[in-house]
Ligand binder design. Structure first.
Ligand code: HEC
Length: 118
């Protein structure tokens, strides 16, 4: 994965959000913590998350998944999404996605947002 010069600015944005006492905003979390890699279409950097809720794990034909994620059975249920985001490498050892979402309310919010991506 390549580093981008604007990542520090992004990290500052995340810190600012974490510092507020507002209800977790899934769209904002996605904007700040996921969109760097996950675009509307799959790219070499990450698979598209459009329609990911309920989809079979690691099932897009246009993305070369790690064997770690490919080896997982099942679909992206709320529980699987929550477990993957809580600790990607614990859910799927060898996965190429390393960053998760530490806060449980933030995970719930961003999973809710994923369901709106068609
Ligand atoms: C640094 C880049 C990066 C960031 C940031 C990132 N991801 Fe990922 N994500 C990936 C990669 C790469 C994969 C594929 C992993 C593999 O093949 O093991 C992936 C896979 C996924 C999958 C499984 C998709 C599928 O088709 O099975 C989900 C769900 C997901 N990411 C959600 C998220 C969410 C939600 C966020 C933000 C909280 C996020 N990701 C942030 C790189 C990233």
């Amino acid at each position: 994965m390549t580093r981008h010069p604007w990542l520090p600015a992004l990290a500052l944005g995340v810190a600012a959000v974490a510092g507020t006492a507002q209800a977790a905003d899934g769209a904002k979390i996605f904007q700040l913590q996921c969109k760097t890699c996950h675009g509307a279409k799959s790219s070499p950097m990450a698979p598209s998350l459009a329609g990911v809720a309920g989809r079979k794990i690691a099932s897009l034909a246009d993305f070369a998944y790690s064997t770690g994620l490919k080896g997982k059975d099942g679909t992206w249920t709320d529980a699987n999404l929550d477990a993957y985001l809580a600790s990607p490498s614990k859910f799927a050892p060898g996965t190429r996605m390393t960053a998760g979402v530490v806060s449980a309310p933030d995970r719930t919010a961003v999973i809710g947002y994923l369901k709106t991506l068609k």
